[in-house]
Ligand binder design. Structure first.
Ligand code: CMP
Ligand code: CMP
Length: 256
């Protein structure tokens, strides 16, 4: 950590400044301190904004990790500040850590049903981007109505999903009802990322829980091939809600 901190440098940016241009060689990795940044990907002669960093997150790791040209253009849309880490330091420190991560998570990631259809190299890229978070008994992992920025896979322990139904009246509406439990190898927190809506339910740790966490940018970049499975499962959520509340309106209009 101290070697990374020593090597980092600050870079101030102005609106419309290109921090990274797609196709260039990779020089630095960046962590956002503040500002908004669009992620623009050009494909088949068309440029599309595929996401944005909002005062949070990091980018520019792909070209450095896989020795490939920059995969997207990153444009500041406001004034901002970034912390950069040069390619040599990034590779020396982060890649060593990635090798450790691959050893630790490879077998588990192979066993996750959702990821079964991916190629081995695609699963490896997932291992490279995941982080691990630990939650204590009763701790809230996701709050219904919040803006969503990541996706979770349960590594150990149990997670319960609770929902406040907007279709119920008055005092019943404020009560959370348990609708599901997720165990090792199962995922949650995908719905808001797929539908671009606030979190549809809350998630709490039951006992100590370890989750693998992936940010929304990596989710969109790496889990495209699993999208059909996730979308099919949303139909299952709707059935669950209809069975419990007589309506699945909550999925279309979540909130507190
Ligand atoms: P790199 O290819 O080095 O430079 C552009 C960066 O944009 C890339 O690393 C990722 O960190 C980031 N990025 C975010 N979303 C995407 C995406 N959908 N496709 C490619 N790069 C992305
Ligand atoms: P998201 O809306 O991002 O955050 C809450 C998560 O709870 C949701 O994604 C799903 O992963 C999960 N969930 C499990 N069962 C349901 C259900 N019946 N309705 C909505 N969300 C559910």
């Amino acid at each position: 950590m101290s070697q990374v901190l020593d090597a980092m440098f600050e870079r101030k940016v102005k609106p419309q400044e290109h921090v990274i241009d797609q196709g260039d060689d990779g020089d630095n990795f960046y962590v956002v301190e503040r500002g908004l940044y669009d992620i623009v990907v050009a494909k088949d002669n068309q440029s599309r904004c595929v996401g944005r960093y909002d005062n949070h997150g990091s980018f520019g790791e792909l070209a450095l990790m896989y020795n490939t040209p920059r995969a997207a253009t990153i444009v500041a849309t406001t004034e901002g500040a970034l912390w950069g880490l040069d390619r040599v330091t990034f590779r020396r420190i982060i890649l060593k850590n990635n090798a450790k991560k691959r050893k630790t998570y490879e077998l588990f990631i192979e066993s996750v049903p959702l990821l079964k259809s991916l190629e081995a190299s695609e699963r490896m890229k997932i291992v490279d981007v995941i982080g691990e978070k630990v939650y204590q008994d009763g701790e809230r992992i996701i709050s219904q109505g919040d803006k969503a920025d990541c996706f979770y896979i349960v590594e150990s322990g149990e997670v319960k999903i609770l929902i406040k139904s907007k279709t119920m009246t008055s005092k019943e509406a404020n009560q959370e009802v348990e609708i599901a439990r997720c165990h090792r190898g199962q995922y949650f927190g995908e719905l808001a990322l797929v539908t671009n809506k606030p979190r549809a339910a809350s998630a709490y740790a039951v006992g100590e829980v370890k989750c693998l966490v992936m940010d929304v940018q990596a989710f969109e970049r790496l889990l495209g091939p699993c999208m059909d499975i996730m979308k099919r499962n949303i139909t299952h959520y709707e059935e669950q809600l209809v069975a419990m509340f007589g309506s699945s309106m909550d999925l279309l209009d979540p909130g507190n």
